[in-house]
Design a binder for this molecule. Structure first.
Ligand SMILES: *Cc1c(COP(=O)(O)O)cnc(C)c1O
Length: 401
């Protein structure tokens, strides 16, 4: 088929998609068919440089031979078995996660949202165990993002997302991220937990300050509240540490992971230590798919390959290089008004909405970028990205502007 024929074919497929798919997204008119390393290929065979990793998911990049081999073998052996039985990949992946985090127990979920749901339930259950009654409160942060289910939405500090679905969970209060006093002021005898992202992702790439995170940890200790860190986006090596909180010298009582944990296979987890690790009892929580052998083989392989390939070291090196290049870019472009982040999770804030820029980069430069909020372009590439890829991205970004 000629290139015009393929264009026609694609447009037809896009029309069909709009007929069938519930429209909760404004999608770009590209159909991706294949990935290799840090590159994606669309239905016309055009190559794209990917700095989104499917929203911080494909840490190992696309079609990693070892990862793909394990998945093929596991698919032929056993995809699914219920949680009424044990499966070896879940044991292996669980042990590796606990070793990497120093947490005590893990529960595998199908998504980040469900991991957050689990964390909320732990907080409530823990306080119920202590006080013998419900009605406890959780402090979350403004401009946070924790997912779209009603529980996760309840702790997502975004009026625009929340308003049409009210009433949501009662007992959720919002503090200002990086403002310790605003947390302090919300604490009362019913407060059972503080939930936040270590680095706010969707909200525009805002890392917690060390003072804030340590301060919240101390408040949680003083008031018998759980510190619950959402590491769904910033965890799994993205900041140059396996989990972002490890750089701060604090440890959460509960943490959530997902996104890069499965490298594209839908798997998340919540992890807990101390009394949070045994707060829920048999019957309190469950899942049909969660932690099945297929997704756990994926997570186990991701964790193994991260270790074997010294992924966090690589991220620190390339992340520092990306920082240097984006700093240079910020200084030479007046429209850039901010540069934040850590490792391979960085954002450039512009003086205008970035939607058109993202679209232009994709369609004209074949560079996949994603936004975070309206004014920030977020750089969350596959973790295997090289300095050369960074140079190419910077060039394409310059061309786009
Ligand atoms: C993406 C994300 C979620 C939701 O994860 P899903 O897998 O989309 O359900 C929750 N918290 C944070 C910080 C995220 O980035």
């Amino acid at each position: 088929m000629g290139s015009e024929g393929k264009e026609l074919e694609k447009n037809k497929a896009v029309d069909r998609a709009e007929q069938v798919l519930y429209k909760t997204y404004n999608r770009f008119p590209v159909i991706f068919e294949r990935g290799e390393g840090v590159h994606l290929y669309d239905s016309q065979g055009t190559e794209y440089l990917d700095f989104g990793a499917g929203i911080a998911v494909a840490g190992l990049g696309y079609n990693d031979p070892e990862y793909t081999r394990v998945l093929k073998e596991q698919a032929e052996r056993l995809l699914h078995i219920s949680n009424l039985f044990y499966n070896q990949p879940a044991i292996d992946a669980g042990e590796k996660l606990l070793k990497a985090s120093g947490m005590e127990k893990v529960f595998f979920t199908n998504s980040g949202t469900e991991a957050v749901e689990g964390a909320i339930k732990i907080a409530k259950r823990c306080a119920f165990n202590r006080d013998g009654h419900g009605g406890h409160e959780i402090i979350a942060m403004r401009h946070s993002f924790h997912g779209r289910s009603l529980g996760a939405l309840s702790v997502t500090g975004n009026d625009h997302y929340q308003e049409p679905f009210a009433p949501l969970l009662p007992g959720i209060k919002f503090a200002d991220f990086n403002d310790l006093n605003s947390v302090k002021e919300l604490i009362n005898e019913n407060t059972c937990a503080v939930l936040m992202e270590t680095i706010q992702g969707e909200g525009g790439i805002y890392p917690a300050s060390e003072e804030f995170l340590k301060g919240v940890r101390a408040l949680c200790d003083d008031h018998d509240m759980l510190l619950m860190l959402d590491e769904i986006q910033c965890g799994m090596g993205r900041t140059g540490f396996m989990f972002a909180w490890q750089e701060y010298g604090v440890k959460p009582d509960v943490m959530t992971v997902a996104k890069a944990l499965g490298n594209g296979v839908p798997v998340g987890a919540f992890l807990a230590q101390g009394k949070a690790a045994c707060a829920m009892k048999p019957g309190d929580h469950g899942t049909t798919y969660g932690g099945n052998p297929f997704v756990c083989a994926a997570a186990d392989t991701v964790l193994r390959l991260f270790e074997e390939r010294k992924m966090t070291e690589h991220v620190r090196t390339v992340g520092a290089y990306l920082w240097e290049k984006l700093e240079g870019f910020a200084h030479s472009h007046d429209c850039v008004v901010g540069h934040r982040g850590k490792g391979l999770m960085q954002g450039l804030e512009f003086d205008r909405p970035v939607g058109d820029m993202v679209k232009k980069a994709l369609l004209e430069q074949h560079l996949v970028l994603i936004s975070a909020g309206t004014h920030v372009i977020r750089f969350v590439p596959p973790l295997v990205i090289t300095k050369q890829d960074v140079d190419e991205m910077i060039e394409k970004l310059g061309e786009t502007l």
